[in-house]
Design a protein around this ligand. Structure first.
Ligand SMILES: [Zn+2]
Length: 452
């Protein structure tokens, strides 16, 4: 079929390699990936600069948009602008921190209405698994939810309860055989409660006290329990925002036994270390916490070794007031780091420093998350896939300054950092949605529903 647009370059990331190629697009779909000069006469061609890379648009499968209900924290318009500016062409919204949470079909429909007409990139939704809603899970899948998220520990918001072992087992049993994953915030309350006694009397402004309040054991024990339930039920589960490196062996052993258990980590666990976080610096607060340098190195080894499957932002914004910036109180501050717009640059900056080649990025940032979410047309530059592309310069760098940030709120622990990897343009289904600070066209993002 004749293309109606061609994007070509000398460095196109396709099929696990970087090579000169032309991406042939028709009606927003990739119809061919051909040689650089294999271009039919008369077809419009976008020629990228010599140093630029053409990569699949990122899929960020862990984003809290908070609309409706907490739109003062973030919203579909601001979040999807940030996404487009960061080369993210599809994202999946988390079921909590919006009000209502996405735990029933009616709530999913309410969220979809809130998103309609406001999104600059494609958006899907995870449903929520909470105590007592096991009967809602299949109807939610049928209504378009891509899978589910649950918490094994307090979620931080009253309207999204956390599951006990029996609830978790029930949700996994319901989902077994559907192919839809259960995403799990894997920390158990026991070790956290025990730690609370141990840190009583410590200054809540110190990062050391915060780190001790969320020990690795909370993650390790949760992942061990999840793995056993996963094996018992045959369901597919996924550990979100893995931070504890001591959980990696538990994960490896479970997978060796055949458990369908995958894991993600986030840019902040791969970039920062506990040792560098100043006391009172609450922009760094997230749960589980950013841990020690040696922990970070083990996460990188697991990522490059394939044990950690993918990297997503866990973009979790709030108002600046809730970050308690003045008081610097880690105990009182909202936990969450916003990096939807910066994920590509952060991961690339650290990968580049470590001598990891560009070719590794699409599996972690594009294909891996798209597969988790069951998005069969996303995450690859390949015939039959959506023409979602990010054109970026891996050698160019920029300083993270608040005015550049498109998130609703500009508080970020990355402020002042020099990052490599500048996004030049983003294409969603063959149409340009971002170019060097501007957002051409209307908000034309679609709802990505579960495919049967
Ligand atoms: Zn999250």
């Amino acid at each position: 079929m004749a293309p109606d647009l061609i994007v070509r370059g000398l460095r196109v990331l396709t099929g696990g390699t970087v090579r000169p190629a032309s991406v042939h697009i028709r009606g927003g779909t990739i119809v061919d990936v051909a040689g650089h000069d294999d271009v039919p006469e008369g077809c419009p061609v976008v020629d990228t600069r010599a140093g630029a890379v053409v990569m699949p648009g990122l899929c960020d499968a862990h984003v809290h948009i908070n609309e409706p209900g907490r739109t003062e924290w973030e919203g579909f318009e601001t979040a999807t602008r940030a996404a487009a500016a960061g080369g993210v062409t599809s994202l999946v919204d988390m079921p909590l921190n919006s009000i209502p949470p996405t735990t029933t079909v009616a709530h999913l429909e309410e969220k979809a209405r809130a998103a309609e007409g406001r999104c600059r990139v494609d958006v899907g939704f995870w449903g929520g698994a909470v105590p007592g809603n096991a009967g809602e899970l299949i109807p939610l899948l049928e209504a378009g939810a891509l899978g589910f998220k649950c918490f094994m520990v307090d979620s931080g918001v009253a309207e999204f309860g956390h599951v006990a072992e029996a609830d978790l087992r029930e949700a996994l049993a319901v989902l077994a055989g559907t192919g839809a994953p259960l995403l799990v915030h894997a920390e158990l309350p026991g070790p956290i409660d025990a730690a609370r006694a141990a840190i009583a009397g410590l200054d809540p402004r110190t990062y050391a006290a915060y780190l001790r309040s969320r020990p690795r054991e909370a993650e390790d024990q949760a992942i061990a329990l999840l793995a056993s339930l996963c094996e018992a039920t045959g369901a597919t589960a996924h550990v979100v925002h893995l931070s504890s490196a001591t959980a990696l062996d538990i994960l490896r052993r479970a997978r060796d036994r055949g458990a369908a258990l995958s894991a993600e980590t986030t840019p902040h666990y791969l970039h920062f270390t506990a040792e560098q976080i100043p006391d009172g610096a609450t922009p760094f607060k997230c749960a589980p916490p950013i841990r020690e340098r040696e922990n970070r190195e083990a996460l990188w080894a697991a990522l490059t070794g394939g044990l950690i499957d993918l990297v997503v932002s866990d973009h979790s914004p709030c108002t600046p007031e809730l970050k308690q910036l003045e008081a610097g109180d880690f105990d009182a501050a909202w936990g969450g780091i916003s990096s939807l717009q910066l994920g590509l640059s952060i991961v690339w900056t650290d990968a580049r420093r470590r001598g990891i080649p560009l070719e590794r990025l699409p599996d972690w940032l594009c294909r891996g998350p798209a597969r988790l979410a069951g998005l069969r047309r996303k995450g690859e530059i390949r015939r039959g896939f959506d023409a979602d592309l990010v054109i970026w310069d891996p050698e160019a760098s920029f300083r993270v300054e608040p005015p550049l940030i498109e998130h609703r709120h500009k508080v970020t622990p990355y402020a002042g950092e020099e990052l490599h990897g500048v996004v030049e343009a983003t294409y969603l289904r063959g149409e340009k949605v971002y170019e060097r600070g501007s957002f051409p066209g209307e908000a034309r993002g679609r709802w990505l529903k579960r495919e049967g």
